[in-house]
Design a binder for this molecule. Structure first.
Ligand code: HSE
Length: 404
């Protein structure tokens, strides 16, 4: 029997307990032993809940029980999660977490600590919810050199953008609907400002390239400025607008960015809609791989955490090697990265054309029939070139990057 403790009995933590009970038979067979939840750590009590007798409020009860060999951390945030996870590893317990903030900030250190003690620190659920992506990067793709990861990594924003595209509604209206349905938080900033996707691409990039990618270094732009009018142009261009988390290695330099992008129907991620996530991985010998599924939600995310618990149970006293060095990967400034840009400008095309072409050379115009404005798509430019030229375009309403 493997005794485990679950720290944090919110949506994911209670999902972990539910999945362990629901699939007890097959989980026991696959782990080689029965997995039993001995403690649930939470500030609250849960009278009437099946775990009510297991609830403890003091982390030391877990840390001091030598029979608990695996700890699940589903509290979120870094305080007190970081201290609790570190203490659990120091006390000789493997840790499985869904906490992207903790992993993005302290992943390298906690992996190192686990390695030194022949334990495991596993975090499949921290990116892409129920989608297996950490284990493929860490185990199935180790023969390759990964050079690009592009993902729709946030379900909330993908839901909002999909609704805006389908219904022609504005950002605020759809955000409100998403909040009412529980798909967006009352304070939606982490999702809509791109911070959640930023932490996730930082984790994936650290694993793919083997060195610490600090999320603070990643240029991050959210979806709050995307409007119903932008989608009118996108529809005419047979494109969709998605929030991408991207990182790539090009000519020995590493770039990373979170940004809304326009993609056409040939793009592998074009059909990733609603709350679903999709992750495209490119490697030198594997070519391209796509991962698709539910990137959030109680049971899909819990399924990934429990799979980690099974892995930890199968690897007791044996560390599963993960290459994520604490030495930092320096990202190149995005100034050098090249793209085409879709631009909306105030005014009439007949009057603005000369100025646009003087600045950007030949462009493709897009007429969405919106009064007092026109749109165009530039040729390929570096971010710096675009930024310099657009400063001279005083009447610019917005710009959205194109991804091919
Ligand atoms: N709000 C996040 C999302 C939850 O929508 O993807 C999972 O990290």
């Amino acid at each position: 029997m493997v005794a485990i403790a679950v720290m944090g009995y919110g949506t994911i933590g209670s999902g972990v307990v539910e999945v362990i009970e629901r699939n007890k038979k097959s989980i026991t067979e696959r782990a080689g032993e029965e997995i039993c939840v001995r403690y649930v750590l939470d500030l609250r009590d849960f009278p009437g809940d099946p775990v009510q007798e297991k609830v403890v409020h003091d982390v030391n009860v877990i840390l001091e029980d030598p029979e608990v060999s695996i700890v699940v951390e589903t509290m979120g945030g870094t305080k007190p999660a970081y201290d609790y996870v570190k203490s659990a590893l120091l006390a000789g317990k493997s840790v499985c977490t869904s906490n992207k903030e903790l992993v993005a900030k302290h992943g390298a250190e906690l992996l190192n600590l686990a390695r030194g003690k022949n334990l495991n620190f596993l975090f499949e659920a921290s990116v892409g919810g129920g989608i297996p992506i950490i284990r493929p990067l860490n185990q199935s793709l180790t023969s390759d050199e990964i050079y690009e990861i592009t993902g729709i990594l946030n379900g909330t924003t993908n839901y909002i953008l999909t609704k805006m595209a389908r219904e022609g509604a504005g950002f605020e209206t759809v955000l409100k609907q998403a909040q009412d349905l529980g798909y967006a938080e009352r304070n939606p900033s982490a999702d809509v400002d791109g911070f959640d996707a930023c932490r996730k691409i930082a984790i994936l990039s650290s694993l793919a390239y083997g060195h610490q990618v600090d999320y603070e270094d990643i240029y991050t732009e959210g979806i709050t400025k995307i409007t119903a009018e932008d989608f009118k142009y996108a529809a005419l261009m047979k494109r969709s607008i998605k929030l991408f988390g991207m990182s790539k290695r090009e000519d020995g330099k590493f770039y990373a960015m979170v940004s809304p992008v326009m993609i056409d129907e040939d793009h592998a991620l074009y059909s990733v809609n609603d709350v679903f996530n999709g992750i495209l991985v490119k490697g030198e010998v594997i070519d391209q791989l796509m991962f698709y599924g539910r990137g959030a939600g109680k049971l899909p995310t819990a399924s990934a955490v429990v799979a980690d618990v099974i892995d930890a149970a199968k690897h007791r006293n044996r560390n599963i090697m993960t290459t994520w060095h604490s030495s930092k990967l320096t990202l190149a400034p995005i100034d050098d990265s090249e793209k085409r840009f879709f631009v909306r400008v105030r005014g009439e095309l007949t009057e603005g054309r000369t100025r646009v072409e003087r600045l950007f050379g030949p462009v493709e115009y897009v007429d969405a029939g919106l009064p007092g404005e026109f749109g165009f798509v530039t040729g390929t430019l570096s971010e710096k070139e675009f930024s310099d030229k657009s400063k001279e375009l005083e009447d610019m309403i917005t710009r959205i990057r194109l991804e091919e």
